[in-house]
Design a protein around this ligand. Structure first.
Ligand code: 2AM
Length: 196
């Protein structure tokens, strides 16, 4: 089963992202824009794993005590391939410490290649990907948006002819709890992006 764990973005924030993207879609028809219903904050992509790994990820998510999942989005950036070409355009900002902690715990769960996550967790919401050769260095920063994430959710991802389709395997949302400290994406504070 092809799975990943994610936090969901509230509808008003998705609307604000769409307002920011709308004029950009006209300027950059060469990009593949992520469907709004497919947007989330991915904590860990595990790939096509067996029941044991699905259970292990579920166990970690079920005991997570996240606190209030308030977040801010205020910058755009990109991950770049080794040849310098953009691979993913994203939005990021500030996220609670607990989000980094759960992503790090899930990072220890082996993926479908038996690998643990490499490098620090970089929380981001992917908004677009290049389709071909010519693509912008980055997209403009969005106006600051505030919201509260929900979840965590374990999703199944099915690959279809019209792209990936996500369905909820299990939602571990247990409501809000006391607040934690906010952090930004490690090692990427200038918003210029990192190599993948
Ligand atoms: P990202 O786009 O935010 O980086 C579901 O496919 C999610 O898992 C995607 O939103 C993607 O997050 C993440 N993901 C990470 N590695 C992936 C991979 N190798 N293949 C597909 N999705 C991956």
């Amino acid at each position: 089963m092809r799975i990943f764990a994610a936090l969901d973005i509230p509808p008003d924030c998705l609307d604000a992202i769409e307002d920011w993207r709308h004029p950009l879609k006209r300027v950059h028809p060469e990009l593949r824009w992520v469907r709004i219903e497919n947007m989330h904050l991915t904590l860990r992509f595990l790939g096509d794993v067996g029941e044991g790994i699905v259970r292990e990820a579920g166990r970690i998510l079920s005991v997570w005590n996240p606190g209030e999942l308030e977040f801010a989005l205020d910058r755009s950036g990109a991950f770049y391939r080794r040849d310098g070409a953009p691979a993913v355009y994203w939005l990021s900002g500030s996220f609670p410490d607990s989000v980094f902690r759960i992503a790090e715990s899930l990072g220890d769960v082996p993926d479908d290649r038996g690998k643990r996550a490499r490098g620090p967790f970089k929380p981001h919401i992917t908004v677009a990907r290049p389709r071909g050769e010519t693509s912008p260095e980055r997209l403009p920063d969005p106006p600051a948006m505030l919201g509260r994430l929900t979840g965590p959710v374990l999703y199944e991802s099915r690959l279809t002819n019209s792209g990936a389709r996500y369905s909820v395997l299990e939602n571990f949302d247990r409501g809000s709890r006391p607040q934690g400290r906010a952090r930004t994406m490690e090692g990427d504070r200038d918003g210029q992006g990192q190599g993948l």
